[in-house]
Design a protein around this ligand. Structure first.
Ligand code: DLL
Length: 433
């Protein structure tokens, strides 16, 4: 089922013509209404008239998170405050949040985009959908909420946390679809089990997961625990929130709403635009946002684009699951390591559970990586020989995939921290000890 079949199956020429018309419009909107962009574009010698083809986008400088920070809180808003009907913000790890605004039309666009991805994932008006993202400044909960209402689903705004109550609601309300981070879905499954529930007690059939990465291996683990079909969707507050891209039932990449977001992939280090099909940092130009338009925004997320028409019939480009963030990439003894690579090694091994933590330290001049992972059965800690054998086998697998030796520490079940939102799995202590 498609929410907007005409748009979702448009020819490439059709998509590009919509993109060009909208690109011209958004560049003019930024130039005319945002002093920051007026200055940036002028300095780069770009006037709106200079954009005649899609490839003219190359003349526009990139926008970065630092630009948003420097104009905190409202410096990049392109409409007067009286037209702003909603403000969201993402917390970030340090300092001030990133603030974004929406006009009435932006909220409508956003709802349409989320409706698209929910339907592509298989949600419908017959679903009872429990939203277990935190309501508040975070875009995840309200974004999914409006989109799911749009398709007519029955939305349960449970919010995140309070896990036992969450599970009670899920059971009593006959929830058929759940919205959360993948790590929280996994944690909820663990709590449900502890409460003596089995998956037959629930009517869950679909998971709409996003906001953080999830390897295919982790996805199988969640599907197995809940007996549901899991899909992945991607977005970020600056770009709109959820609604940028999402998987269809084939799960061969997340379809980008290309009529609203113009994607490019660049080399993070040099800033050079890469060829189609190469892996690099995703850069997005928002084509229709009124309040918070962004030109060539560097997302720092690493992915690859595929422009082939999907077997589902959708023609919009698909992006691979996010490989990691360029600033999340761990450089250990000169080797680039993405946490997602480690996750795919760990998940799926019988004797260890899906909860892990990566600790990076500097010892002398050497970086060390310690992979802490929970055993499924704590008794193994007493059986030294078996424990060592398992440790070595994990170490060997990690070495094969990463090319470096990591220290493996196997710990008691349920001793690694759980999260109700995005999981924080990397602890980088370099320069802090
Ligand atoms: O996480 C928006 C969102 C909410 C998307 C709900 C999907 C569902 P932020 O809090 O601004 O926005 O975080 C954005 O999260 O740059 C990625 O690094 C990461 N991220 C988001 N979705 C995915 C995903 C929301 N499906 C940042 N896979 C992004 C991997 C993701 N990483």
């Amino acid at each position: 089922m498609m929410w907007d079949k005409n748009t979702e199956t448009m020819s490439r020429a059709g998509i590009e013509s919509v993109q060009l018309e909208r690109l011209k419009r958004v560049v003019k909107h930024c130039y005319d209404n945002v002093p920051f962009y007026h200055k940036r574009l002028t300095e780069a010698g770009v006037t709106p008239e200079k954009i005649k083809t899609l490839s003219d986008i190359q003349y526009i400088p990139y926008t970065t998170k630092a630009d948003i920070r420097d104009t905190y809180p409202y410096g990049l808003f392109a409409v007067p405050m009286k037209q702003v009907v909603r403000i969201h913000a993402s917390s970030g790890t340090t300092g001030k949040p990133t603030v974004v605004g929406y006009t009435k039309q932006d909220i409508e666009t956003w709802s349409q985009l989320v409706a698209r991805l929910c339907m592509a994932a298989g949600a419908s008006e017959d679903d009872i959908v429990q939203i277990a993202f935190g309501y508040g400044l975070f875009t995840g909960a309200l974004g999914l909420h409006y989109g799911l209402e749009k398709i007519g689903a029955s939305v349960v705004p449970a919010s995140s946390g309070n896990t036992e109550k969450q599970i009670m609601l899920m059971k009593d309300f006959g929830t058929t679809a759940v919205v959360s981070t993948p790590s929280y879905a996994l944690y909820m499954a663990e709590v449900a089990k502890d409460m003596g529930c089995s998956k037959e007690d629930f009517r869950l059939r679909l998971g709409l997961f996003g906001s953080e990465g999830c390897s295919v291996e982790m996805r199988s683990e969640i599907e197995e625990a809940w007996g549901l079909f899991a899909t992945d969707n991607y977005g970020m507050s600056e770009l709109i929130g959820p609604g940028v891209s999402g998987e269809c039932r084939r799960r061969e990449g997340m379809h980008i709403a290309e009529d609203h977001f113009l994607p490019e992939v660049i080399d993070s280090a040099s800033g050079e635009v890469l060829d189609r099909g190469d892996t690099g940092e995703l850069v997005i130009t928002t084509l229709t946002k009124e309040c918070f338009p962004l030109l060539r925004y560097r997302t720092k997320d690493i992915t690859r684009l595929n422009y082939e028409t999907c077997a589902c019939g959708r023609t919009h480009a698909r992006m691979d699951k996010i490989k990691g963030r360029s600033d999340d990439m761990l450089k250990i003894r000169g080797v680039n390591v993405f946490p997602s690579q480690i996750e795919s090694v760990l998940i799926g091994m019988d004797q260890i559970g899906p909860h892990y933590q990566l600790v990076v330290r500097r010892e002398g001049f050497m970086d060390t990586l310690e992979v802490k992972v929970e055993l499924t059965n704590g008794d193994l800690l007493e059986r030294y020989g078996e424990l060592q054998e398992l440790q070595h086998s994990i170490q060997y697998k990690l070495k094969t995939v990463l090319g470096i030796v990591a220290k493996v520490q196997l710990v008691e079940p349920k001793t690694i921290e759980r999260f109700a939102g995005k999981a924080k799995r990397v602890v980088d202590l370099r320069g802090k000890e």
